[in-house]
Design a protein around this ligand. Structure first.
Ligand code: HEM
Length: 569
């Protein structure tokens, strides 16, 4: 009997290990060969581009969002409008797009499907039927069911609820101003945006700004238990508690939202009169679902003869997932935008003066009238070009999200200027918004500067075509963009004349990275204005589900006693 016959289990294990090693080596060889003729930084035969990404992770401050690495790597290796990065075996290999025309091919002409990595994140937060990751006819159907509720015209009818939530946010700031304390602005901004989603989608007050709310608590816990979208920490997904906590949080969220859906359905079925009432996103979605031919009909009020007595289970299950998606997609991105807007205005006094002057001229100097004025004349919000330009410029410099798509066999992108072709098969195609938004080639030598004026109508010609894409473009663009721009306007109008808001990063004495000087590796480009000086920016973007202000943006708020008449609501 030879040694293999004597130890059959050990032999089988050895064969298995040898097979796995053989497979790993073959895949590694094939993988590295794929990159041979592709534009990319130098490829290490073992580590791929992981070392290069590691280098930039070290060159950036703590927890910096990986979209910064792409920005710096392009400069370091003088890469063109698109390049490839290998994170294998820890993450997907990526084709990084930093050019508006190529980006348009991805999202508008070819409309590549969403990438699987997105599913890992979004399924945990909102379930498998969520609109962000659905594809094909199923996506089209649910997008069209939910579109009417997010239309600009419908949102205008919901402005009073948005104003009420914004007024509570202003009161929260006022309380902090009275205390004179330092607090995380991101938390306050998150709560107001969650409250606004509740109002707009369900006509429900989560009231999370004033008290603890079960759904919001479960949701925020779910965000904490969700592995990162980008490979910042490859060990994240291995935490053994993760599946249990995710299941528990999902159960809590579904229970809460099911209750609300039942209430909303009952109030719809029980409505006696045909007198107009405001239509939330869920009302209009249910209307579209039950009668698609009337999807855009805003005049139909009250139940028809055929109003069903029980909510259709298909609608319920898809609606539940969309509701969770709206809470996620609607709060995270908009809250960062509000934080950065208040921060950038405070560090750019001329812009702050200009936005305050615009608000005075539209709403008058008596701040106590602002809320009532917006409620009675919501269209005044459309007369704020400078405020809108501020929000657009904030989203240019600090885009909170971007799109990741799945490449397909035989599908290439083609640079119209050079004719160069970029294969997409097997790659995560990353439309790198930050890279485009901060490119001096596209925006000029002042690309890193905060200049809202560039988005005023008279300067429209100097805005590079398709280079501003915080909400992405094409059919899969953001369904909530009108809402985000609307609520940001309301919140700015209700706060910038009442308060001075100042970042208070100095209060975080223990901030780990300590020194804030730009490292040598980045200095050369920073000095030429080619890249963003992330080290000089204390509020740089960190990766937490999306790109969020560092350390939750600690701030101090001071009441303004001069200028516009002080507001007492
Ligand atoms: C400043 C605020 C916001 C930004 C920057 C933003 C950004 C984006 C981006 C870049 C996408 C495309 C993602 C992809 O291609 O995978 C997207 C999609 C989406 N967003 Fe937003 N968003 C914002 C606010 C909102 C709000 C307020 C809501 C809803 C309440 C919302 C709901 C959605 C949904 C449902 C999708 C998926 C649409 C589809 O695939 O059909 N977003 N958003």
């Amino acid at each position: 009997m030879n040694v293999f016959q004597a130890h059959p289990i050990a032999t089988a294990v050895l064969v298995l290990i040898a097979g796995l090693i053989g497979r790993f080596i073959t895949t590694l060889y094939r993988q590295r060969r794929t990159f041979k003729d592709l534009p990319s930084p130098p490829l290490d035969p073992i580590w791929g581009h992981l070392k290069i990404m590691g280098k930039y992770s070290d060159l950036c401050p703590r927890g910096a969002h990986p979209h910064l690495y792409g920005h710096f790597i392009q400069k370091e290796y003088n890469l063109g409008p698109a390049f490839y990065l290998s994170s294998w075996p820890f993450g997907a290999d990526a084709l990084v797009i930093q050019d508006p025309e190529l980006a348009q091919q991805v999202t508008t002409q070819l409309v590549l499907p969403k990438h699987e990595t997105l599913k890992d994140v979004i399924y945990a937060l909102s379930g498998e039927n969520n609109m962000l990751t659905l594809e094909g006819a199923e996506w089209k159907r649910w997008r069209s069911i939910f579109n009417p509720g997010f239309s600009a015209a419908n949102l205008m009818t919901l402005v009073p609820g948005i104003v009420d939530s914004a007024a509570v946010f202003a009161d929260v700031l006022d309380r902090h101003a009275q205390k004179g304390d330092v607090f995380p602005l991101e938390e306050a901004a998150t709560k107001v945006t969650v409250d606004i989603i509740g109002k707009v989608v369900l006509d429900h007050s989560f009231n999370s700004q004033e008290s603890k709310n079960e759904l919001v608590e479960a949701f925020l816990s779910q965000v904490r238990w969700t592995p990162s979208l980008l490979p910042a920490n490859p060990l994240d997904p291995l935490n053994p508690m993760r599946p249990f906590m995710q299941r528990y949080n999902k159960w809590r969220m579904d229970r809460y939202l099911n209750r609300l859906l039942d209430e909303r359905f009952a109030s719809r079925a029980g409505a006696q009169s045909r007198k107009p009432r405001k239509k939330t996103v869920i009302d209009l979605a249910l209307q579209s679902y039950l009668d698609p031919s009337e999807a855009d009909e805003r005049t139909r009020e009250g139940p028809s003869e055929e109003t069903p007595q029980h909510m259709d289970p298909t609608f319920r299950s898809y609606a539940l997932d969309q509701l969770k998606l709206f809470v996620f997609a609607g709060h995270d991105t908009t809250s960062s935008t509000i934080c950065y807007a208040l921060h950038l205005l405070s560090t750019h006094p001329a812009c702050l003066a200009a936005i305050r002057a615009e608000h005075d001229s539209v709403f008058g100097p008596d701040l106590s009238q602002t809320a009532a004025l917006i409620k009675s004349s919501p269209h005044l919000l459309n007369a704020l070009p400078y405020t809108l330009a501020v929000i657009r410029e904030v989203l240019r410099l600090y885009p909170p999200a971007s799109s990741v798509r799945r490449g397909l066999p035989g599908v290439y992108l083609q640079d119209p200027k050079t004719g160069e072709k970029y294969p997409t098969d097997g790659f995560l195609v990353w439309v790198h918004a930050l890279g485009m938004h901060r490119s001096p080639d596209l925006w000029g030598p002042d690309a890193q500067a905060f200049k809202p004026e560039r988005f005023l109508l008279e300067n429209a010609a100097s805005v590079p075509k398709d280079a501003w894409r915080p909400f992405e473009k094409g059919p899969r663009n953001c369904i909530g963009q009108e809402l985000a721009l609307l609520e940001a306007r309301v919140i700015l109008v209700m706060t910038v004349r009442r308060f001075d808001v100042r970042a208070a990063y100095e209060s975080l004495g223990g901030r780990k990275e300590g020194k804030r000087e730009t490292p040598e590796g980045l200095k050369k480009w920073v000095e030429e204005g080619l890249v963003y000086d992330v080290w000089a920016d204390e509020a740089y973007q960190q990766l937490r589900a999306t790109a969020k202000p560092a350390e939750g943006m600690p701030v101090r708020v001071v009441r303004r006693t001069h200028g516009s008449k002080e507001q007492r609501t």
